[in-house]
Design a protein around this ligand. Structure first.
Ligand code: FMN
Length: 276
């Protein structure tokens, strides 16, 4: 028999069948009272049996009981909200901040920082990690109209965002090729730049001592050309990333946590000014 659980620590609602997790609704938090529903996924062998709908129904009932609100970021959840007035009663309006990570590494420090920052955004701001690893290398020939499908989805996603946080590693004193590729993809075809006007923060992360400063400057240079207003101060150089987190994924100290929170708070003030 299928059962449902809320798992605060793993940030998910899960559908369980005989002890197996067969579906999950992943969320992040926006302040204390809002959940951002990011992805709803059902294991392939359990699709077509209404698991997704039942899981979402359970989650929405639970949210109502807890007095929470939901930002529907996942396309499936968005569609369900559009079709269900009851769900919309618990919808929160939020500025969408895309968090873009310049590393594809599984245990990436940049990704860990990005996930934390996304969760640290206050009420009214919903953070969402935007994936870039699926984008083939940009080739200007694609601008003739036969580009990869993943380009269309990525460009539409960037267009839908209100703000941006870039978290970059440093590769050979520059940003990573994957991040530059993503910036190029959503900047083209010429005249269809999707980045412009969205307030941004650029964060450098490195296990080294120099804060990935060269990578941050690299990203800032491209964003200036793409007409993206970037927060000037405080600068966000996170060194010694290997010591930033405990094994359980939490911050190693209150000091580090406070520093990262200060960056996020500064970004929100900057974004508020820019967005009006
Ligand atoms: C090709 C390559 C070049 C690197 N160059 C630099 C560098 O210029 N500056 C630096 O601080 N770290 C450099 N590193 C080390 C990275 O900071 C380290 O691998 C880091 O963990 C990558 O970020 P991630 O944890 O988000 O994947 C380099 C790593 C690689 C693989």
């Amino acid at each position: 028999m299928m059962t449902f659980v809320y798992n605060e620590e793993k940030r998910r609602y899960a559908a369980m069948d005989e002890g197996q997790e067969i579906g999950r609704l992943l969320f992040s938090k926006s302040g204390e009272k809002t959940l951002v529903f990011k992805h709803l996924i059902v294991e392939p062998e359990h699709r077509g049996k209404g698991v997704a709908g039942q899981l979402l129904k359970y989650a929405m009932e639970d949210v109502a009981k807890r007095g929470l609100k939901v930002v529907p970021v996942c396309p499936y959840v968005r569609k369900a909200f559009d079709e269900n007035a009851e769900y919309r009663q618990n919808e929160a309006v939020a500025k969408k901040v895309g968090v873009i990570v310049g590393s594809l590494r599984k245990e990436s420090f940049s990704r860990k920082v990005a996930e934390k920052m996304s969760d640290m955004l206050p009420e009214g701001y919903a953070g969402e990690l935007v994936e870039i690893g699926q984008l083939p290398l940009y080739n200007q020939d694609f601008d003739e109209g036969n580009g990869p499908e993943s380009y269309d989805a990525f460009r539409a996603k960037i267009a839908s965002l209100d703000g941006l946080i870039f978290v970059t590693p440093e590769y050979n004193r520059g940003t990573s090729a994957v991040l530059k590729n993503a910036m190029d993809v959503a900047s083209r075809p010429w005249g269809h730049n999707k980045w412009g006007g969205k307030p941004a923060m650029v964060v450098g992360v490195t296990p080294g001592a120099l804060g990935a400063m060269a990578a941050v400057i690299d990203v800032r240079k491209t964003l200036a050309f793409l007409n993206v207003p970037v927060m000037g101060q405080p600068e966000a150089y996170l060194s010694n990333a290997g010591e930033m987190f405990k094994e359980d994924g939490s911050f190693a100290s209150e000091e580090v946590k406070g520093f990262v929170q200060k960056l996020v708070d500064s970004y929100v003030k900057f974004a508020q000014k820019t967005l009006g």
